[in-house]
Design a protein around this ligand. Sequence first.
Ligand code: GLU
Length: 462
Amino acid sequence: MTVRVRFAPSPTGHLHVGGARTAIFNWLFARHHKGAFVIRVEDTDRARSTIESEAMVLDDLRWLGLHWEEGPDRGGPHAPYRQSERVDVYAGAARELIARDVAYRCYCTEEELEGKRKQAEAESRPPHYDLKCWHARGAGGDTRAPYAVRFHVPEDGDVTIHDLIRGEVTWRKESLGDFIVVRSDGLPTYNFSVVVDDHAMEISHVIRAEEHLTNTHRQVLIYRAMNWPIPQFAHVSLILGQDRTKLSKRHGATSVSQYAEEGFLPEAMVNYLALLGWSSPDGTEVFSRQEAVARFSLDRVNPAPAVFDRQKLDWLNGQYIHGMPAAELGPLVAPFFDAPWLEAGIDLVKTSVTRLTQFADALAFVREYTPPEIDRALAEALRAEFTAHGAPTDETAYKAMVERLKSTTGLKGKALFMPLRLAVSGTEHGPELVRLIPMLQHASGVDATVLSPLQRVERCIR
Ligand code: GLU
């Protein structure tokens, strides 16, 4: 069987981390099985969907480095991939349901339905539709009056699925009333369009959020009524905040683009989101996307809710930053902080940061120097050293400098290194001197706003 999966965002804002995780699972599954990953935009909620949001969601998916074979931006054999452009397809499928006598035109008005619901409530009955138009069907209702198309729940309407994450799930027919598939404005309901499209697009596995689990009952009934093959389902658990309530804005950033702005790397984000519910068979937590593709399977996806752990994401992002060459990090850091000596600077401080945005602070000392109080005799010895030999530009020169300073000052250990560090960086903490001093010497040569080690020492004397 060819694996075909889809991610079906409703374009009503930025891509949420929950949506991103669903997209990543779909993408991993498709790549693992050498199948197709399809993007379908579910934009039939006209009041809430915007084309701007669609563009943002697709940009967020691209930022994550996910690639899709078919979608609204690139077309494909089952185009169009926007539900708002497929209304005729749904209308055709609805006519087919009516022809098969499993759906019918319902002329009941909203007021009428509301009255029936209230009465059912008063009599403690389930608020199911009373079947008035089902019984009147065939009597040739006025097709010019506004009507909705309603699906009739059949006698054999119990449904059991074998969810690939949650196992067997069963629903009883009694839990459903006849439900609308096309509204009186001609637009399909979610449960209908999703089935028509998943069938038309030959989707083999529906991997989506747990909140859609209960919808599966209605959807399977539509597949059966149409005599269409039923895809496999896999419902991915909720994502919770640290307080174990559903992840929301109260817990901090929830959209993928916010994480991009905060300096997270797409590689770390994909790695972290993959870990929200899935675990690698060998237990490793840091893996490349190729490794995740090779190891991914739905039977290792946990049905229990996953807790979003911002500290772990920070840690993971740090792992990626620390392991990346400065030449690769340079272009990623540049939007947040730029300098002609950026790569050398990144190399110097990358193990002390966990996010791209932190390089600005970590490297501030290169341009902002306030002379500290240090012993005058020592400062003069440093000036003499840098004047005579130049500030060291590599490790060998640094070691030679240290040897000379030991003999000219009679100091060693902390008594020598602390004032030396203070004199050149202005602060007590920072990267190793053996790398710091050559870097400052280099930066001062390419950036007029950076003081050289000699200029710094001179400021300590004045
Ligand atoms: N458009 C739905 C959502 O954003 C997805 C539905 C589905 O995957 O079946 O929640």
